[in-house]
Design a protein around this ligand. Structure first.
Ligand SMILES: [Zn+2]
Ligand SMILES: [Zn+2]
Length: 52
């Protein structure tokens, strides 16, 4: 089994997908425990990122 299926980032409000890790970015991992903070990843497609 070599196929890696994309999974949603473990950050609740992040909409990114990740194949390599539980989170799509270190920013998500850092903010995942604080649900008041939006996802801080730099991905433009992310719907949980309030900075863009
Ligand atoms: Zn994100
Ligand atoms: Zn994420």
């Amino acid at each position: 089994m070599t196929a890696t299926k994309p999974e949603k980032c473990a950050h609740p409000v992040c909409s990114c997908e990740t194949t390599a890790d539980k989170y799509c970015s270190p920013e998500c991992e850092a903010t995942a425990k604080n649900l008041d903070i939006a996802c801080g990843c730099k991905h433009t497609e992310c719907k949980g990122n309030s900075t863009h």
